[in-house]
Design a protein around this ligand. Structure first.
Ligand code: HEC
Ligand code: HEC
Length: 329
């Protein structure tokens, strides 16, 4: 058997034959990652051009980015509901039900790749996805630039920031800059990390200890508590065989690389604001945190949790809700 601690030790030395490719490489995972220093607080501010943030904010809420002017980015990533739509899988133009759950846009600037399978390298690249996907906004750059170019307000705002005015690259730049502003500092847990011992309840502190000792933090780590590595969903058991009805989407990173070892491998998602972004997993199959935590412990760590452990881990995850522009998410 290749339990996670043994696997990590092996990976740090040589590699684990059973789960080797999916565990963090020695470069990605220092021994520090095994203790509390695996996680750092979200910075309180981020230095961005305020004019591009404001234009990106406007574009993020712009329905003319979709073919029939019905959907904006915020239709599926509502900033008032945790940056998600609360659905198992998103609904695109003309009521089309999509194949996958919408992750939050909050803190997306902290991720090393975008999308569940990491197929976009940057937030700028990511914008091409939803705007063009026939099942999402179903548009094209030609249409989008035509509509924005016919609006004198947009012509003026782009011209004030970008010498070449309204272009696809500038639309991507403004939206990505706005997304980088969507950080959520000052969660109870971050205040605890900064030395405010009373910021966490007794349960949440126990949950934090389990989160690091049981090995959750070996994958969900860094400032984003996720978003910085790829891992298999089902290290210690076959999640997909147990769930049934395996779809193309379930292939994860394999769809990008076509390498066998990337089947069911996903970017480890961020756990920041996780209490606000149900349902969970790329398939939206876990309706609440208790279910998600039990599933993770079972399939990623080979551990069955008792009710007290679930309560503590959920209390810890609930302490990860931060603030956006000073207000709780
Ligand atoms: C129809 C609903 C819908 C619309 C409209 C939409 N998104 Fe998304 N968004 C999704 C879904 C679903 C995913 C996950 C897709 C995947 O990983 O394959 C996603 C993923 C993302 C991600 C990656 C987050 C992460 O953690 O990897 C970002 C960033 C994002 N969207 C921003 C945007 C922006 C910007 C727009 C507007 C240009 C937009 N979205 C429009 C549903 C939507
Ligand atoms: C081996 C790496 C690994 C370990 C260990 C791990 N996770 Fe995960 N976690 C993942 C991956 C990969 C996903 C994405 C699964 C999917 O939906 O495809 C995930 C998803 C989640 C989600 C759902 C996130 C969302 O946005 O839907 C939660 C909550 C979570 N993990 C909590 C935990 C907890 C708590 C532990 C410890 C008990 C843990 N994880 C251990 C890799 C890991």
């Amino acid at each position: 058997m290749c339990d996670w601690k043994a696997a990590l030790v092996l990976v740090l030395a040589a590699g684990c034959s059973e789960a080797g490719e999916q565990l963090p490489s020695a470069d990605e995972l220092t021994p520090d990652a095994l203790d509390s220093s695996a996680i750092q607080p979200i910075p309180q501010t981020v230095d961005l051009d305020a004019r591009r943030v404001a234009l990106g904010d406007q574009l993020f809420h712009e329905r003319r980015l979709s073919a029939d002017d019905t959907l904006s980015c915020s239709s599926c990533h509502d900033l008032h509901t945790g940056g998600v739509d609360g659905l198992r899988s998103s609904i695109g133009i003309r009521g089309q039900v999509g194949p996958i759950n919408a992750p939050t846009v909050f803190n997306s600037g902290l991720h090393f790749r975008q999308f569940w399978d990491g197929r976009a390298l940057t937030l700028e690249d990511q914008v091409n996805g939803p705007t063009h996907a026939p099942g999402e906004m179903g548009s094209s750059w030609e249409q989008i630039l035509g509509k924005l170019g016919a609006d004198p307000d947009y012509v003026a705002s782009f011209a004030a920031i970008y010498p070449d005015g309204i272009t696809a690259a500038n639309v991507r730049d403004a939206i990505a800059t706005f997304e980088r502003s969507l950080i959520t500092p000052d969660s109870a847990f971050d205040r605890y990390l900064r030395g405010e011992a009373s910021a966490l309840s007794e349960d949440a502190r126990r949950g934090y200890r389990m989160f690091t000792e049981y090995g959750c933090a070996s994958c969900h780590q860094g400032v984003g508590m996720g978003g910085n590595m790829f891992q298999r969903f089902g290290v210690m058991g076959d999640y997909f065989a147990d769930r049934g009805n395996v779809t193309d989407t379930d292939m994860g990173r394999f769809n990008v690389t076509h390498r066998d070892e990337d089947r069911h491998v996903f970017r480890v998602p961020s756990l920041r604001n996780i209490a606000r972004t149900a349902p969970y997993f790329h398939d939206g199959s876990a309706p609440d945190l208790a279910r998600a935590v039990r599933t993770m412990a079972h399939y990623q760590l080979g551990r069955e949790l008792d009710d007290g452990e679930v309560v503590a881990l959920v209390a810890f995850l609930e302490s990860l809700t931060g603030r956006y522009r000073g207000a709780p998410l």
